[in-house]
Design a protein around this ligand. Structure first.
Ligand SMILES: [Zn+2]
Length: 306
């Protein structure tokens, strides 16, 4: 009898572990990707309203190069970043100029990283926040073991923790198509893009949940990558609602990175910017089906009319 109860308990715990649904929402390219619409305020307000509504401890990764207008620091753009901090959220470093590490030396990349903390460091301190996470532009973290290691050492010695991504996606293509529709005043097309985006992101989350289960036997604490754009300002609310319905709880960057899988070693390198779940999978020798089944971005999204 005791054995049976014990077995049931173990199965139950195993089930709970498999059903783990926690996600950190990370937003890249702050203050905003506006596709020429000049609507940074609308983007910032929309995103923050959603994070406050769902109590999402999101992190925004900043390109300080975007804070300058004709070479002069634009205080209004700095104010958008301050809005994040005022809302209780944190900022991370995404390099000054969104530099691709695979196309530059560590010396140049390191310089760009340190240049990218000049404003956000003191600004964060004002709100008792530390800038401690770094997100690689284009998810390029080193095309070889050597360059990956030397970047890791550089980041570590400058007080940074690397922020991998597990739920990678082509959200930026939908955001561009959405901006084009809005610019043209085509509400019908904008709605079509948004609906397609929500469907795509739901399938992509399901794919990475499956991939995590295939890799680890359970669903890990995920890190979702999205960008600060109008599409999310208008529809992140609905997307998070979908994730919440599926049982997802939103956690901070710090909490997510405590999940043991983030310590897994990557041993295979190339010039790619892919999900860390795929990097770990390849390093473990997984093949075939593990990599199949990602959501497909529809053709009409890929070629938005200008
Ligand atoms: Zn970026």
């Amino acid at each position: 009898m005791k054995t049976t109860l014990f077995t049931i308990l173990i199965c139950f715990l195993g089930y709970c572990e498999a059903q783990n649904r926690r996600m950190c929402v990370t937003v890249d390219d702050l203050p905003a990707v506006h596709y020429g619409l000049n609507n940074r305020a609308e983007i910032t307000d929309g995103l923050l309203a959603t994070f406050i509504k769902y109590e999402v401890p999101a992190i925004g990764y900043v390109n300080e190069g975007k804070l300058y207008k004709d070479g002069v620091l634009d205080q209004q753009r700095v104010a958008y970043l301050e809005q994040w901090l005022k809302s209780g959220l944190e900022l991370g470093n995404h390099s000054f100029s969104h530099m691709n590490y695979h196309k530059n030396s560590l010396e140049a990349f390191g310089e760009d990283i340190l240049k990218g903390e000049q404003i956000i460091k003191p600004l964060s301190e004002k709100y008792q926040r530390k800038v401690q996470y770094f997100r690689h532009p284009y998810l390029r973290s080193g095309a070889t073991k050597e360059t990956s290691n030397s970047l890791k050492e550089f980041l570590q010695s400058n007080g940074y923790i690397e922020a991998p991504v597990t739920i990678d996606n082509e959200e930026y293509l939908f955001a561009k198509a959405y901006a084009v529709a809005i610019r043209k005043g085509d509400k019908e097309q904008a709605l079509k893009v948004a609906e397609s985006y929500l469907e795509y992101m739901t399938l992509q989350q399901e794919y990475y949940e499956k991939a995590s289960n295939d890799l680890l036997g359970r669903n890990m604490d995920h890190i979702l990558l999205i960008h600060a754009n109008l599409l999310n300002a208008h529809y992140l609310d609905e997307l998070l609602d979908i994730y919440k319905e599926k049982g997802y709880e939103f956690i901070s960057q710090e909490a997510a990175l405590k999940y043991p899988a983030y310590q897994l070693e990557v041993t295979i390198f190339d010039d790619w910017g892919i999900s860390w779940i795929h990097r770990w999978g390849m390093s473990k020798g997984l093949k075939g089906d593990f990599f199949k089944g990602e959501a497909v971005t529809p053709e009409f999204i890929k070629e938005p009319q200008q």
